[in-house]
Design a protein around this ligand. Sequence first.
Ligand code: RNT
Ligand code: ZN
Length: 418
Amino acid sequence: MKEELILKAYEIAKERYAAMGIDTEQVLNQLQNFHLSLHCWQADDVSGFEVQAGELSGGIQATGNYPGKARNIDELRADILKAASLIPGRHRLNLHEIYGDFRGKVVDRDQVEPEHFRSWMEWGKEYGMKLDFNSTSFSHPKSGDLSLANPDPGIRSFWIEHTRRCRAVANAMGEAQGDPCIMNLWVHDGSKDITVNRMKYRELLKDSLDQIFATEYKGMKDCIESKVFGIGLESYTVGSNDFYIGYAAQRGKMVTLDTGHFHPTESVADKVSSLLLFVPELMLHVSRPVRWDSDHVTIMDDPTLDLFSEIVRCGATDRVHYGLDYFDASINRIGAYVVGSRAAQKCMLRALLEPLALLRHYEETGKGFERLALLEEAKAMPWQAVYDLFCLQNDVPVGDTFISEVEKYEQEVTSKRG
Ligand code: RNT
Ligand code: ZN
């Protein structure tokens, strides 16, 4: 797209927003400080680099077999950098424990050390990507249906040890980058059929968490992620929403809101204000559930727009960490990163461009029609011109021109992978 045209469109947009009391220059600065945490697992369908890697388990599924997935750490790094080059702004990288640099050695989950992530820390420093982290309780012979809530003391202590070590890894990352590493804890624990021991497993999970969190770290922050159910674990989830909200509120932990982890008619956006009154911060896993927690690529849909609007309306942009969590194996994986990341940014941009002061004035003065009308009009404001300028300023392709960049990378790189 011609630069001249982008600038012209932006100037008009700027004036139109100014008339609504919004300073687009300020919004552009805010968007520049909005960092996504790109999930490494979109590049390879949640496979990871363990020498002893098995099948993906834990009730999650990456469906599709689009060719060209990253097969090793070098390919994954190249793919992430390619995707990042097509997403405006600076972003973080979210790693799972199974993506360690194990160098051909079998390193079981209870043996992981910061050393296994040293090359990632160096890589992150080199490319200006701060790291976030996740313990990995799935895809392992000891995963079963229960990990941290397993009544078998051997299995439970194995996963406690794993998760404790992961926190040490996250802390090392945070210290190396001079900014806390956000570590997410999600376990699939649950039951396919009716259980008569709901309390027992939750007591075990609570005790495991207490043991895991006993060590205090300065370089990392913990977040805990609930879920409704996993595939093959439909009847009961130990780490339900109520469980983790209770735990987080009592222990001052951060809650992770995965947009695919709630009942289909539940509004994740509506949870933001309630939670932020009781927990310090939130982590997001922005995803797109289609009928279930299918982890489709994020798009600029109403639930995602609502979620980001709520964060802005709560004045809480600094209390939220913005992770993505989808894994689509049926389309070009790098393209999937770019589409989902840009969609999340557009949702944030539109939230920042909302004429909130005027809307609140209408609400306070009982002007319901005016509030509704302005909300409708705001949808059709030229936010796209602002996003285009943001891309231009960040030297990344504007509009649909990133499609051919992804295709070119496919021709030259990913299509040549076996
Ligand atoms: C699973 C959770 C979890 C995983 C990643 C890979 O339902 O959303 O966050 O998707 O950890
Ligand atoms: Zn998630």
